[in-house]
Design a protein around this ligand. Structure first.
Ligand code: ADP
Ligand code: MG
Length: 291
């Protein structure tokens, strides 16, 4: 009997290839964490806006399928979501919303528990729809759920680069390590970008980075890059309450500057970047096989 992956591969052959960004290739970055509530959604939203301000075309994908938050934080009232794409009711271009600074947003709906619970046909319709996107993007930023659920691992495995978000608490650091360990051992990921949220200074962020590096050095050959840090700022909570991202509400604040620096850093350091010989993000999502 043919396995599911083989049939997905065949089906994918029928779909046209994904369009690529103006620079010739689209970079996909997942924003993920071991522990929930560490600031992923705020970071990915502000990063999207800062990259758009740098002139990049950005698609922000809400892949926290169970606890979708992006539409609420952006005060979007999506009529349709990924769910409507999955059930074949809508095409992806009808679902995409325009957010601040012209970012494109693919909203999810709270209530779909797990990508892994979707049928093969539903997965395929999402992948085919994603690959049919009319717009070319420079970046696809993916807000994953927290933890080590299969859908989180899957989106991380499909992305070109993984940005792990942690704060300075030992629980968040331990959970970040657990997630990276799984991605390294099961999915052969060799390189992670580390973003420290709610740090009081670069010195504190460096301390968190060094601790994680020292654990890895003992057990796994993994490159952990300190991409940057975001300070603790009560204005983030105000921004969430007013459903307006901090980069829009307080564009000249030190925290908006920190998001800008993070975006500049990521834009200037493509890491291993998209590998032309590797299937692209959408194909990898489709070819992903539960291990
Ligand atoms: N840098 C920060 N400074 C202060 N509060 C923050 C910061 N980042 C996040 N928060 C708070 O933490 C909450 C959770 O952030 P969120 O982005 O929703 O996390 P996650 O997506 O990882 O669950 C936010 O509502 C906000 O109040
Ligand atoms: Mg979130």
């Amino acid at each position: 009997m043919r396995d599911q992956a083989a049939s997905l591969r065949d089906k994918f052959k029928e779909a046209p290839p994904a369009r690529v960004g103006a620079g010739g290739s689209v970079r996909s970055l997942s924003f993920t964490s071991g522990k929930g509530g560490v600031g992923k959604t705020n970071i990915v939203i502000n990063m999207s806006i800062q990259l758009a301000k740098l002139g990049k075309k950005v698609l922000l994908l809400d892949a926290d399928l169970g606890l979708a938050n992006i539409d609420i934080m952006l005060n979007l009232v999506p009529q349709f979501t990924i769910e409507d794409v999955l059930t074949g009711k809508k095409e992806i271009n009808e679902v995409i919303q325009i957010g601040p600074a012209g970012i494109h947003v693919l909203p999810a709906s709270s209530g779909i528990s797990e990508m892994s619970e979707l049928t093969g046909d539903q997965q395929m319709s999402l992948i085919r729809e994603l690959s049919n996107l009319k717009d070319a993007y420079d970046y696809i930023l993916i807000d994953t759920g927290a933890g080590i659920a299969s859908s989180v691992l899957r989106f991380n495995a499909a992305a070109d680069e993984i940005c792990v978000v942690t704060n300075t608490e030992p629980t968040a650091m331990t959970d970040a390590y657990a997630l990276m360990k799984i991605m390294a051992t099961k999915y052969q990921v060799k390189r992670f970008n580390l973003i420290i949220n709610q740090a009081s200074s670069m010195l504190e962020a460096k301390g968190v980075h060094e601790k994680l590096v020292s654990v890895f050095n003992q057990f796994l050959p993994v490159e952990l890059i300190l991409t940057g840090f975001i300070p603790r700022d009560p204005n983030i909570s105000k921004a969430v309450r007013s459903q307006t991202p901090l980069s829009v509400l307080y564009p000249n604040s030190p925290t908006a500057k920190a998001f800008y620096l993070l975006a500049k850093h990521i834009d200037a350091n493509p890491g291993q970047g998209p590998d032309p010989d590797r299937p692209n993000f959408f194909q990898r999502l489709g070819l992903w096989k539960k291990r």
